[in-house]
Design a protein around this ligand. Structure first.
Ligand code: HEM
Length: 809
């Protein structure tokens, strides 16, 4: 291809060249000069740029296996100036709106959220077109008492926008709460991965996390018995990585083909749309009892894990097996675990049910308040790293999402910590519009062949196209990465990027080849081993044989629980199945449980009046492989008591006129010192006199903050105050719930009478015998020592020694 000639031209030729350069619909056979004016310069430089790429230099590199695993970097040519790659020569004519020319190599739609934050201090009210609104009280009428006019564009804009404020909620995980934070890497993991967050010790990557329930609608209660979503978006400097996990490391099903069935079964039944945010109904148990692979997951969901005390006190898991890939292209398998520093703590069922009435936002509020008060939730990221050879020797299949890898088999390697330290400015803009997707991974990570994961890789983007109104939701500020975004995707609903230039295809020469493919050194390359797996003999709809072992790990989980936790699991099955209206479904479930634990099946059966027990369900795999581990203590919630601090715990100190103020104030100060939220809960809110001539200001009342909302209780001394509390039935309910839910209670002096009046079976309290101080009795004069004992008791979270089934009170 000839280059443009730079020979000086005669005036006639110059005029011809100038006029040729002013057309957009044809051009001359030869570009003669570049210097006459900006149009002809652009034309000449465009010709030179195209000529610099006489052919597609990388075409041969598109073929063959070696190129497939190590693609080359795209070919490019540098333009002589920015002229040939621009859309228009008028781009220098700036205005307050157009601003300046696009910065070279920059996509201005991505950046920190600062670019979209809005603060209206000192500003007048305007329409969406920026027109100041003179009157925001009245619509425009034909006369003071006349009809409203269609002309009122201000009214119509306001109402129209309001009419469209809601968007579809997520099909699952609709109820959620989010927070910003950061991930900090402990040490470089370059030996196993080139993923950006793990490249050096101390490296910090911003994150946004959304916790959720699965079944309920957007406005449903937080404390439903349910799996919790634990989705983390890492804004890495090599693109967004979403670790979209749950607080339970296994799942109900093994293949995405069954996901719509599972969700249809657990959601409110379609004829009457009940129950909301609950799995305790016919269709759920009908489905799972016909899907014995769900048994392991059912053990977890019936355990206290499904009713966490707080998002800050639950674990998170990536669930599937993923891969990590180092710079040399070598890969290992990996499982991701988040462990809360505050320990793993849960509610008890009676408490969860009551909380859902008094405060359906219990977890959302807890997360918000922890962050506002500087008690930042913190989690450690641990990896289970193992090789393909190890995986082949396991008694279970690592592609099966109903299986864990016991920590005894592959220990956890702590690799970093995540701290949630900033609440969103706006729930809708951030928490509602955030779009997580398992397909969002970065170089250094890859998928395994888990068939459940494969379905997820498709599903999230697909659903978000309708939830977030088209294909450009990656441009919504909370979703846009901090890494540069450059590609040839264009248009679609709500497009924000204003692309400079006319090239939206690759290969091209008119933009010097840009944006060009990154090649293996910088770009994402799939691990080829996935195609090599030896058991892929052709196209089949089938499962590997080990997937048919449905019970070994369900048994492992149950056997690894403490007796208290086992009781809670049995009680949860009893409760859920008692809500099932069809006896055959109950019996089928108990028959399924028999394969995991006869003791559990017996206990559940007894609670449901099923006697004798039905025969166990037939096994899909007659002789499963011997498990490597039959007990794994790490599976017990109680194995993670946490750092022993009281950070974020809510403690009630009851007050009424005439209580002893000094002892309460001393305990309150000691609790606040420990990071607890110690609230004065009164017979009413407001100031009340104390016996010692002071006043205390109750910021909550027995009526508006019932006892089950608190982690522990302090009862005051002072005969007059205690008598006033005794007159209020709420006090006794408060105490009963605290006792029934196994919480620490400190009773000063005269308030011992309140415990007796509430009818607590104190002789049955075994918390002292078990080394804890579940009930602390003290004189007001010993407030300091009492506070220390009380704090030690609260740090133990619960005193299950006093739990009774059924409860005596
Ligand atoms: C291991 C199994 C799974 C886990 C851990 C999981 C986790 C999650 C989480 C945490 C969310 C909420 C994300 C957010 O906060 O916005 C979510 C949403 C969702 N999940 Fe899953 N999920 C699993 C299985 C599946 C499967 C098998 C499918 C479909 C084939 C699926 C489809 C969806 C969809 C459609 C959403 C809603 C996404 C949106 O509207 O933004 N999930 N999932």
């Amino acid at each position: 291809m000839p280059k443009s000639t730079k020979t000086p031209a005669k005036p006639a030729k110059r005029a011809a060249a100038k006029s040729a350069a002013r057309n957009t619909d044809s051009g001359p056979s030869e570009i003669t000069a570049a210097l006459f004016d900006v149009n002809s310069r652009k034309m000449a430089q465009t010709q030179d740029l195209a000529a610099a790429m006489p052919d597609n230099a990388n075409k041969t590199a598109e073929h063959g296996f070696a190129n497939g695993v190590s693609p080359v970097r795209g070919a490019t040519a540098k333009p002589a100036s920015r002229l040939p790659t621009g859309s228009t020569l008028s781009e220098d004519n700036r205005s307050d709106k157009t601003g300046s020319v696009a910065r070279e190599g920059v996509n201005a739609t991505i950046d920190s959220l600062d670019r979209v934050r809005v603060d209206s201090s000192g500003r007048v009210l305007t329409t969406n077109q920026g027109v100041a609104v003179a009157d925001n009280q009245n619509s425009l009428k034909d006369g003071v008492r006349g009809p409203v006019l269609l002309e009122d564009f201000i009214l119509r804009e306001k109402i129209t926008h309001f009419d469209h404020e809601r968007i579809p909620e997520r099909i699952v995980h609709a109820r959620g709460s989010g927070a910003h934070g950061f991930f900090e890497c402990y040490e470089a993991l370059t030996d196993i991965t080139r993923a950006a967050p793990f490249q050096r010790a101390g490296k910090v990557t911003p994150v946004f996390v959304r916790f959720s329930t699965v079944q309920g609608e957007r406005g449903s209660k937080d404390t439903a018995r349910d799996v919790r979503g634990f989705a983390v978006k890492f804004y890495t400097d090599e693109g967004n990585w979403d670790l979209v996990g749950n607080n339970i490391p296994v799942f109900f099903i093994q293949d995405a083909m069954k996901f719509p069935d599972l969700v249809h079964a657990v959601k409110p039944e379609p004829h009457h749309q009940m129950p909301q945010a609950a799995s305790a109904h016919d269709t759920f148990w009908d489905f799972v009892s016909l899907m014995p692979e769900s048994t392991h997951m059912l053990m977890w969901v019936m355990s206290d894990r499904a009713i966490p005390r707080s998002f800050a006190t639950m674990q998170g898991f990536g669930v599937h097996t993923f891969r990590m890939v180092n710079a040399a292209g070598e890969s290992v398998f990996v499982k991701f675990h988040w462990s809360p520093l505050a320990g793993t703590h849960s509610l008890v069922w009676d408490e969860a049910v009551k909380i859902s009435g008094a405060d359906p936002d219990y977890h959302r509020r807890d997360l918000w308040e922890r962050i506002e008060s500087g008690n930042y939730p913190e989690y450690e990221l641990g990896l289970q790293v193992f090789s393909e050879e190890q995986a082949e020797r396991f008694s279970f299949d690592i592609l099966d999402a109903t299986k864990i890898i016991p920590e005894e088999l592959v220990p956890l390697r702590p690799v970093g910590r995540m701290v949630l330290n900033r609440n969103p400015d706006n729930f809708f803009a951030e928490t509602e519009q955030v779009a997580f997707c398992t397909a969002h991974i970065v170089p250094g990570l890859d998928f395994s062949n888990d068939p459940l994961l494969a379905g997820r890789i498709h599903s999230y983007v697909d659903t978000q196209i309708s939830r977030l109104g088209g294909p450009n939701f990656h441009e919504i500020p909370i979703n846009s990465p901090i890494a540069q975004v450059h590609n040839n995707q264009r248009d679609g609903l709500h497009r924000q990027a204003v692309h400079r230039g006319r090239v939206a295809y690759e290969p091209n020469s008119l933009a010097g080849g840009c944006p060009f493919q990154a090649g293996a050194v910088q770009g994402f390359v799939s691990v080829p081993a996935r195609q090599d797996a030896r058991d892929e003999q052709g196209k089949v709809r089938a499962k590997p044989e080990k997937f048919a072992d449905h019970y070994t790990q369900a048994r492992l989980f149950f056997e690894s629980q403490t007796p208290v936790e086992q009781d809670h699991i049995a009680n949860a099955f009893r409760f859920e199945l008692s809500k099932v209206t069809v006896p055959a479904i109950r019996e089928r479930t108990v028959a399924m449980l028999r394969n995991a634990s006869d003791a559990l099946a017996k206990k559940v059966g007894m609670g449901l009046g099923i006697d004798p027990l039905p025969d166990p369900l037939p096994l899909a795999l007659a002789s499963p492989a011997e498990p490597e581990v039959t007990k794994s203590p790490a599976l017990s919630l109680l194995s993670r008591p946490g750092d022993g601090t009281l950070k974020g715990r809510k403690i009630a100190l009851l007050v009424a006129p005439g209580v002893d103020g000094a002892s309460l104030s001393a305990v309150q100060a000691a609790l606040v010192e420990q990071g607890a939220v110690a609230r004065l809960v009164g017979t009413r809110i407001g100031r009340m006199p104390t016996a010692d001539g002071d006043t205390l200001d109750a910021d909550a009342s027995l009526e508006n903050e019932p006892g089950f909302l608190f982690d522990a209780l302090v009862l005051p001394d002072g005969a007059e105050g205690v008598a006033a509390l005794a007159q209020d039935g709420h006090t006794l309910e408060f105490i009963k719930d605290q006792f029934r839910h196994c919480k620490t209670i400190l009773a000063f002096g005269a308030s011992r009478a309140l415990l007796a009046k509430a009818g607590l079976p104190l002789s049955m309290d075994k918390s002292h015998a078990q080394g804890g101080s579940g009930l602390v009795f003290a004189d007001a004069a010993d407030a300091e020592a009492a506070a220390a004992e009380f704090i030690a008791g609260v740090a133990r979270h619960r005193h299950f020694g006093r739990e009774m089934d059924p409860p005596l009170i």
